[in-house]
Design a protein around this ligand. Structure first.
Ligand SMILES: [Zn+2]
Length: 382
């Protein structure tokens, strides 16, 4: 049977015949073999991947590689975002950037003269790539403080700030690290206890063992959710007396610290702001604020029409809002310089740092294309 794989083997044998088994010194230590059957699949720094020339594809220079271990030939696009997409990379990038600025799929389709179905396909694929990047990069994070809040996403209406206020309307729940402006997680869902539980659970999966200080508004769903995630079962010692022993209950673990900023409004005007420590003691009063997240929510709305516009049915829109917000948030963390994170580089030029670089997750600012082309490889140990 002649298939691509056997052609690869033949090509490789010819290559070995011409270049000798060891071949030239490998230069592409950060590229890994995409062949799932290869022993070195997904591993970088193994010296098995060598360059194999370049070619022009859809107007862009593309590099070819060869795995010396299994003989698989592949290129820059193999198994990445742009792989087998027919449009040129520039048009795709442009469409995604327009989407991140809040333009609708129909509007992008009009401007770029591309079918809406294509733009949808790019958006879905970009959001899948963001999932992969986030899974690999956003883990074991050591952060001192997390702010959580909800934004009403379809219609901006004034809502009463009640302690246990439930609402079916779509809300965007955000967990934010104020120090480095990192968007740790977002969820779209109703304002219900189970969504708060899920947010806290997913946030915890990205954290190291150290529990940060949590600050939220006065919504008590967070209190419950934090208790479920970080609580410990407390059993009362038997007293020796007759009768039923006291029930066990969940109490916050010793290192859980949580505070609320409770705002009271009268006729829509802010009347008083109260800082309440809910769990733990050692919380500085100045830490109890959610102002940076509130500022971030304003940015969400400014950048993203979709978040503040009245549109069609929720379930249909929820799906697309999720794809678009995932791309927006990942791009925000990895690619976008933040005005609040200025620093001077080695030449003394003032630069804006990206949240992910500030948090120590990446070493340099990424472009959208680097984000989309990032290969989520396993790093070899030893
Ligand atoms: Zn291989």
């Amino acid at each position: 049977m002649v298939n691509l794989y056997s052609i690869g083997i033949i090509y490789y044998k010819l290559y070995v015949y011409l270049m000798g088994k060891r071949g030239p010194t490998p230069q592409f230590t950060n590229v890994s073999c995409p062949n799932k059957d290869c022993e070195l699949y997904g591993l970088s720094d193994q010296g098995n991947v060598i360059g194999n020339g370049t070619y022009i594809s859809r107007g862009e220079k593309t590099r070819r590689y060869l795995c010396r271990h299994c003989g698989k030939a592949f290129c820059d696009h193999t198994d990445t975002f742009y792989h087998d997409l027919r449009k040129d990379e520039k048009t795709i990038d442009l469409a995604l950037k327009m989407s991140m600025k809040g333009m609708s799929i129909e509007a992008i389709s009009d401007v770029l003269e591309v079918q809406p179905a294509s733009i949808k396909r790019w958006l879905v694929r970009a959001s899948e790539q963001c999932d992969k990047v986030n899974d690999v990069m956003m883990k074991n994070l050591d952060v001192p403080k997390i702010e959580m809040d909800e934004l009403w996403v379809i219609i901006q209406k004034r809502v009463p700030r009640m302690k246990d206020y439930e609402d079916d309307g779509p809300w965007m729940w955000v967990a934010f690290v104020p120090g480095c402006r990192l968007i740790l997680y977002f969820l779209i869902g109703p304002r219900k206890q189970y969504v708060a539980d899920k947010l806290v659970e997913l946030v915890n999966k990205r954290l190291s063992d150290k529990i940060p200080v949590f600050v939220t508004d006065g919504l008590n769903f967070y209190r419950e959710a934090l208790l479920k995630q970080f609580g410990v079962l407390s059993e009362f010692p038997r007293t020796g007396k007759k009768g039923r022993p006291k029930k066990t209950k969940i109490v916050p673990s010793d290192d859980l610290r949580y505070a609320q900023v409770v705002k009271t409004r009268k006729n829509g005007v802010l009347e008083k702001v109260e800082k309440k420590i809910i769990f733990g003691e050692d919380i500085d009063q100045s830490e109890i604020s959610t102002t940076l997240l509130e500022r971030q929510n304003l940015t969400f709305r400014q950048d993203n029409n979709r978040v503040s516009r009245k549109t069609i049915g929720f379930s249909k829109m929820k799906e697309w809002l999720e794809y678009q917000m995932k791309l927006y948030c990942t791009h925000f963390n990895f690619c976008r310089g933040h005005g609040g994170l200025r620093y001077k580089d080695e030449r003394g030029v003032e630069c804006k740092n990206t949240p992910a670089r500030e948090a120590g997750i990446i070493e340099s600012k990424w472009t959208l294309r680097e984000l989309l082309k990032f290969r989520c490889v396993k790093t070899s140990i030893g």
